[in-house]
Design a protein around this ligand. Structure first.
Ligand code: HEC
Length: 447
């Protein structure tokens, strides 16, 4: 028999050699996905941090979580099998037996720590050069501009005069920032590439991390909050949209109707529906209560990367690869057949490059469009005519936000500078690097 050949490769191929269970490759990802939302440094449920080997070994209020000398007595297993109540993950379904068995076996084999040293340090964040800006947002009271950094969100005075708080979390990248309408909650979505996707729920006033939720083993995109502040949605590279309860960070459901990466989401005015867009070129309308796909909003053209909604009407603008912003009614009137394109209200001008970001002004009168081209174009939302073009960026623009009074527009992108424009004529008020550069000018200082 071939398997008798005494070569390691063949043994392995024949399944004779079974390697020990790896903490890094097998145990940690399970804990990361199902448990870290509640058991992490920012919110250690029952005193237990399951994001690192050390935290796991240290255990929680009830002492050590696993016991190498008496594996059967390990409370982590007892909670995961439901032998100890409440079963873990709390409020969720028990993990597949295979996952629990691997963790049990890992304990039996001596619970060895083969974890890589954390690629992301947990010390103070230092910058040698300005990071690419992937998200920014004015707070609803207009006093603060939240800007993405590496592994943090920086809260700036809205006039760019300085940093007031630094919200430092676990995710290496923050790709979206949203505020609840009353300003009491800040959602930051992102993750660490090829490791985990994360939604962070912050109290922006105290700077406290309230909760986090994890989804998939890659970053999440286009996170948004429902206007009633109750739900958060985010797209992912596994073609799904994940929806969470903001008060518990519990995943409510995921929607799998897309056929490619989902890059942006937006809720309807009454929070009962949302639209997600992505690389499959579709803008999909979903019943946000039931988590049910309803219908495609658009005729599919190019890959979509951005969506924004009118402040008080269920009208959206979508854009992406084919450079044209399309304004659609979110709902198809009952008497309209699929395929008819009467829900398309208007198209705006083709841009000079693919679209990455869209924003509707708070009074509904303007739409700002940005992307690979270095200018942001502002349009009259009713007539579709161009009002102004804001130039100055030297490369792609990934993020836009109107101030609540609609007078100013903040932008950010590849060149690492936040720019503040007057929306009336696109005059540049200020340009600044939003992070402190080691040995450089303080944040908020330079022009
Ligand atoms: C939704 C939040 C949540 C999730 C998700 C969750 N836990 Fe917990 N966990 C808790 C809370 C709350 C307690 C305290 C329960 C109690 O004492 O009544 C707890 C307690 C525990 C304890 C006991 C710690 C001690 O020493 O007191 C263990 C072990 C544990 N969880 C393991 C897990 C594991 C493993 C997972 C993932 C499979 C998980 N938990 C997922 C919230 C959560």
């Amino acid at each position: 028999m071939q398997c008798r050949i005494a070569a390691i490769a063949v043994f392995a191929a024949c399944g004779v050699v079974s390697a020990e269970v790896s903490f890094e490759r097998e145990v940690k990802p399970v804990l990361q996905k199902h448990c870290a939302g509640c058991h992490q440094p920012g919110s250690k449920a029952s005193g237990l941090d399951l994001t690192t080997y050390d935290g796991f070994r240290a255990g929680g209020k009830r002492g050590t979580a696993f016991n190498v000398n008496a594996p059967a007595e390990s409370i982590v297993i007892k909670y995961m099998t439901g032998e100890l109540k409440p079963s873990m993950p709390l409020g969720g379904t028990l993990l597949p037996t295979a996952d629990v068995d691997r963790i049990r076996l890992w304990i039996q084999e001596g619970a060895k720590n083969d974890s890589r040293p954390e690629e992301v340090s947990t010390g103070p964040i230092a910058y040698k050069q300005p990071p690419v800006i992937t998200a920014l947002k004015f707070s609803p009271d207009g006093k603060t501009l939240a800007v993405s950094g590496n592994r943090e969100v920086l809260l700036h005075n809205a006039d760019g005069s300085g940093v007031t708080k630094r919200l430092q979390g676990k995710a290496e990248r923050i790709l979206s920032i949203a505020y609840s309408p009353d300003g009491s909650l800040l959602l930051a979505g992102g993750g660490t590439p090829a490791r985990f996707g994360e939604l962070q729920f912050w109290d922006p006033r105290s700077g406290k991390l309230l909760r986090t939720a994890e989804a998939t083993n890659d970053t999440v995109f286009g996170a948004s909050l429902s206007p009633d502040g109750k739900k958060a949605a985010a797209g992912a590279a596994d073609n799904s949209v994940y929806v969470f309860d903001t008060s518990t960070a519990k995943q409510l459901y995921k929607v799998t109707s897309h056929e490619n990466w989902v890059l942006a989401t937006v809720f309807g005015v009454n929070s009962k529906r949302f639209v997600s867009v992505g690389r499959d070129r579709a803008a999909k309308l979903v019943d946000a209560e039931a988590g049910q796909f309803l219908e495609n909003v658009n005729q599919m053209r190019g890959e979509l990367a951005a969506v924004a909604r009118h402040p008080n009407k269920d009208v959206i603008v979508v854009g992406g690869e084919d450079r044209i912003p399309y304004v659609y009614m979110m709902d198809r009137p009952r008497n309209l057949k699929v395929g008819e394109e009467l829900t398309l209200i208007r198209k705006l001008d083709a841009q000079n490059g693919p679209i990455f970001a869209l924003e509707w002004s708070p009074d509904g009168s303007r739409i700002a469009v940005a992307g690979a081209a270095s200018a942001v174009n502002i349009y009259d939302a009713e007539s579709g005519s161009k009002v102004a073009a804001c130039s100055g960026h030297t490369a792609g623009i990934y993020a836009l936000s109107f101030s609540p009074d609609g007078q100013r527009l903040a932008t950010g992108g590849f060149d690492g500078k936040v720019r503040f424009y007057r929306t009336s004529d696109c005059s540049l008020e200020k340009a600044m690097v939003p992070v402190p550069i080691e040995g450089g000018a303080p944040a908020g200082g330079m022009r």
